[in-house]
Ligand binder design. Structure first.
Ligand code: S3P
Length: 436
């Protein structure tokens, strides 16, 4: 078995030989949500924007390639800085391929709705199965023509944009992607666009639009944008809290674990997993002025997570479920039906992963019940094309399961965290290699 290095970024099957506690400090990739928005808003804005610390994952690279199709020049300086020269000059000159990126295709749908002309958006086999009607319906109400395949799983998606009118809309899902698509479309609509959220979600779009000169206001769960132009701005992308969550749980899975993650995003709605782990008894410091997160091993107890908790931890459930598996007591997660529409059916894929490690778990329609106190055994896990399942299995295999854990579909990790295997080896001393 080879030591993990950059060769392991794209292997389809990863073997991890468990070692023990995770110890050390690191920086994680630039925040994926912020990176998509930085690329899209810079493309829409007048003038040039220099983005520092953009995610190098495939998802964001797809967004960068897509904005080029609108005549926007993107120059990668190779030193962590990417220059984007907006604004959008014409309808896209080819199909926009968003790979695996739900955020990419949904936010881009909002952009395309505002562009005069025809756009065709698609993605990989997993993305083409994900629901798009949630953005298509309100964009139609604004005046865009949106069509696609039958059954609401629309991609490839065809949008004829332009001539929009602002609306007030209350999506039935708590979804920052839907909210953001409508706010981006609203920039070129006649009149204001208001989104009323069922539960508040991450606010990156609102924050970044305001920084680029848009008139945007937030009153409780109502977000309103006025039509107007954006001005190119230099931006620095902070570290991704959702990626830090893997290292936080890694530190908690074995005695004497201690991990520090530097430079994380500290704004609204992204680090609720810190509070959940604290409720479970974890020993954590999160410095909101620097974004330094420090986690030390502690005895964990079960948690009860309900619909209000979910938007703030929507991407962290697989790894929190792994923490629940080793905690004392029974963890109940409910109100999380949206997880069935993620990169995989994340309720089913998380439950299957836990079972493979020997955990007793019951799937419900909108969540799961996890029996804690498990002694994890080495597992063979299928990521189902979902990076967060793969990374959760890797930390469990490295820190808690002993023996060799095998992860099929490891290449999904390159969508968001290409150097994950290398960081895992450095922090845990585990040996990782490719296999079959
Ligand atoms: C995201 C919003 C969430 C999240 C996704 C990123 C975003 O999706 O799961 O990984 O950047 O807006 P939903 O808005 O569909 O819940």
């Amino acid at each position: 078995m080879a030591r993990a290095d950059s060769d392991l970024d794209a292997v389809s099957c990863l073997h991890v030989n468990g070692a023990g506690p995770a110890r050390g400090s690191l920086r994680v990739p630039g925040d994926k949500s912020v990176s998509h928005r930085a690329a899209l808003l810079a493309a829409m804005a007048d003038g040039s924007s220099v983005i520092t610390g953009l995610s190098r994952g495939q998802d964001v690279q797809h967004t960068l390639r897509a904005v080029e199709r609108f005549g926007v020049m993107v120059t990668d300086a190779g030193d962590g800085r990417v220059r984007v020269e907006g604004p959008i000059r014409h309808e896209p000159d080819d199909v926009l391929d968003h790979g695996n990126a739900g955020t990419g295709i949904r936010l881009m749908s909002g952009v395309c709705a505002g562009v005069d002309g025809l756009s065709v958006l698609t993605g990989d086999q997993f993305l083409r199965r994900r629901p798009m009607e949630r953005v298509a319906s309100p964009l139609r109400l604004m005046g865009a023509e949106v069509t696609g395949r039958e059954g609401g799983r629309l991609a490839p998606l065809v949008i004829r944009g332009g001539g929009l009118t602002g609306i007030t809309y209350a999506p039935k899902e708590a979804s920052a992607q839907v909210k953001s698509a409508l706010l981006l479309a609203g920039l070129s609509a006649k009149g204001r666009t208001t989104v009323e959220e069922v539960h508040p979600t991450r606010r990156h779009t609102e924050e970044m639009l305001a920084e680029m000169g848009a008139r945007v206001s937030v009153e409780g769960r109502r977000v309103t944008v006025e039509p107007g132009a954006l001005t190119g701005t230099d931006m620095t992308v902070p570290g991704d809290p959702s990626q830090a969550a893997f290292w936080a749980v890694a530190a908690l899975l074995a005695d004497e674990g201690e991990v520090a993650v530097e430079g994380l995003y500290t704004g609204y709605g992204r680090s609720d997993f810190v509070g959940v782990l604290e409720r479970m008894g974890a020993d954590i410091d999160f410095d909101l002025s620097t974004g330094l997160l420090t986690v030390r091993a502690a005895r964990l107890r079960a948690a009860r997570l309900t619909a209000e908790d979910i938007p703030g931890i929507v991407d962290e459930i697989p790894v929190l479920a792994m923490a629940a598996a080793v905690a004392q007591g029974t963890t109940v997660i409910s109100g999380a039906g949206e997880l069935r529409a993620k990169e995989s059916d994340r309720i089913a894929s998380t439950a299957a992963m836990l079972r493979a490690f020997g955990v007793s778990v019951m799937e419900t329609e909108d969540g799961m019940v996890i029996e804690g106190g498990a002694r994890l055994r080495p597992a063979r896990v299928d990521s189902h094309g979902d990076h967060r399942i793969a990374m959760t299995a890797a930390v469990a295999g490295a820190c808690a399961a002993g023996g060799t854990t095998v992860i099929d579909g490891w290449d999904s990790v390159a969508t968001s965290y290409p150097a994950f295997a290398a960081d895992l080896v450095r922090l845990t001393g585990a040996v990782a290699g490719s296999g079959a």
